[in-house]
Design a binder for this molecule. Structure first.
Ligand SMILES: N[C@@H](CCC(=O)N[C@@H](CS)C(=O)NCC(=O)O)C(=O)O
Length: 223
């Protein structure tokens, strides 16, 4: 049986959750509360970086959201593969997965980390720079999506890259809206309409109160 060590609010945990829901794969969700010393020690034993998600499958223990999804696609595939068999298409999927992690998730994490510090230790300059990075990422994603077919996902069929895009856009949009980018906004709306995304948002809802930019989350996701 698969076990996913995760937290419902953590954006990187949404990626494998979406993948598991998309494939309809049975798994045991194990919520890790880092405020609890036993849970923190457990996560550290699994992965000394002490970051979730971590997947356990028998003797296999895997960290890193993208690698977990690659593993699931290899060993527990659903009806639709999340990494295409064609190597050229797979390259595009991995490119856009990296894009959302590096150029949206990373700035989001920096901004959230800053907001969680005491007022006296916050750094406006860093936050402004991270928002500039988000602006650049929005332009890059908008340009790419505007050139795609209307019903296409970020790299063709629904994939690993869309699993990465959904949490990145959800949290980035709450902090620094991207309404000015129509193709990106339309893509995000389509992502959130997928049942897998709906389940992830529903699971996170009781925890949104702990997100420092909760006022930026659209009302439809809070109800
Ligand atoms: N590159 C890793 C990033 C994992 C990561 O940053 N996880 C965050 C939650 S979204 C975490 O565990 N934070 C706990 C902490 O910082 O103490 C992945 O893709 O899984």
């Amino acid at each position: 049986m698969l076990t996913l060590y995760y937290h419902p609010l953590a954006s990187y945990c949404w990626k494998p959750l979406i993948a598991l829901y998309e494939a309809g794969t049975a798994f045991t969700p194990r919520l890790v509360d880092l405020a609890q010393p036993d849970d923190a020690a457990l996560l550290e034993r699994l992965w000394p970086m002490r970051l979730f998600p971590v997947l356990e499958d028998g003797d296999t223990v895997l960290p890193e959201s993208s690698i977990i999804i690659e593993y699931l696609d290899l060993h527990h595939p659903g009806p639709h593969r999340l990494i295409p068999a064609d190597p050229k298409a797979a390259l595009q999927v991995r490119l856009w997965d990296r894009f959302f992690d590096m150029h949206m998730e990373s700035p989001v994490q920096e901004i959230v980390r800053d907001a969680l510090r005491p007022e006296s230790r916050r750094d406006r300059q860093t936050v402004a720079e991270q928002k500039e990075k988000l602006d650049r990422a929005y332009i890059a994603a908008e340009r790419h999506l505007a050139a795609c077919d209307n019903d296409s996902w970020i790299a063709g069929a629904f994939s690993l890259a869309d699993c990465a895009a959904m949490p990145a856009l959800f949290y980035a949009g709450a902090i620094h809206p991207f309404y000015a980018h129509p193709a990106l906004s339309e893509y995000f709306t389509r992502l959130t309409r997928r049942p897998s995304a709906g389940r992830v948002i529903e699971g996170a809802r009781p925890w949104f109160q702990y997100f420092p930019f909760r006022q930026g989350i659209a009302a439809q996701f809070l109800a």
